[in-house]
Design a protein around this ligand. Sequence first.
Ligand code: CAA
Length: 263
Amino acid sequence: MDFILYETDGAVATITINREKALNALNSQVLDELDAALDAVDLDVIRCLILTGAGQKSFVAGADIGEMSTLTKAEGEAFGKKGNDVFRKLETFPIPVIAAVNGFALGGGCEISMSCDIRICADNAVFGQPEVGLGITPGFGGTQRLARLVSPGMAKQLIYTARNIKAEEAYRIGLVNAVYTQEELLPAAKKMAAGIAAQAPIAVRNCKKAINDGLQVDMDQAIVIEEKLFGDCFETEDQKAGMGNFLEKDKEKKLKVVPFQNK
Ligand code: CAA
C-alpha cells in the first residue's frame, strides 16, 4: 500500500494514513487502501484499532480537493458514496476504533474521526467542516454525524459558517473526549486501546453494537437490542471466567485477560 501504514502491538493495531505531503488528504486511492486495510485486520487477534495521520501537522486535511475539482454531479455522488462506504465500515467495525487526531481534521478529516468510536486529540488539532466555502456540502457523513455528536444547533453553526475550531473548543462541545500534548497523544491512545483490549472481547463488541444500533431506533426497540446482545454474552467462556473469578474472590484472575472466542 502506498498511503496506509499498519502496525500491531499485541491485541492493538494502528492504521496511519500516510500521505503527509498532502496533509493526509483522502483521494480515491487512500480510500481504497483504507478499505482494504480494514478488511485485512485479523479480528481473531486484534481487539482495538487506533486511527491516526502521518507527521506532526495533520490528521487528515479532508477529501482531496484536486481530485474533486473536476467531478461531474454523478461522479461527485459516487465519490461521496466511496467515502461513506469506507467510513461506515469503520463505524460498524466489530471492534472499537479510537481516532488519535494529531493536527488538522478538516472536512473528510473531521468526518472520518466522527466515524470512530472515540476521539482524542493533540493540542494542535483543528476541527472543521469548511465545505460550504468550497461550494459543496460535507460529503462523507458530516451533516449527519456532527449533528448527532454535538447538537444540531452547534453542528449547523459550524457547517454553515465553515468555521474551524481548535482542540479546546472541540473538547468543550463534546467532539473529543480529551486533549493531550502532541507527544502524549499516541501513548494515551495506546494506553486506552490496551485498556479496552484487556476486557472481555465479546462483551466489548456487543457493547459497541448495542450503542450503535440502539441510537438508530426508539427506546422500546433499543432496549430489545440490548437484551439480545446482553443474552448473547451468556455461556461464553468470557462470561463464565469473568463472573467465576469474581465469585471466587480471586483478585489476580479477576483482571485476567480471557482468550477471544471466535464463535
Ligand atoms: N486536498 C488536496 N490537497 C490538500 C488538501 C486537501 N484537502 N489539504 C492540503 N493539501 C495539500 C496542499 O495542496 C499542499 O500541497 P502542495 O504542497 O503540493 O501545494 C499541501 O497539502 C500542504 O498544504 P498547505 O500548503 O495548504 O499547508 P498550510 O499549512 O498552509 O495549510 C490547511 C494547511 C489549512 C489544512 C490547508 O492545506 C487547507 O485549508 N486545506 C484544505 C482543507 C479543506 O478545505 N478540507 C476540506 C476538503 S472538502 C471535503 O473534505 C469534502 C468532504 O466532506 C468529503
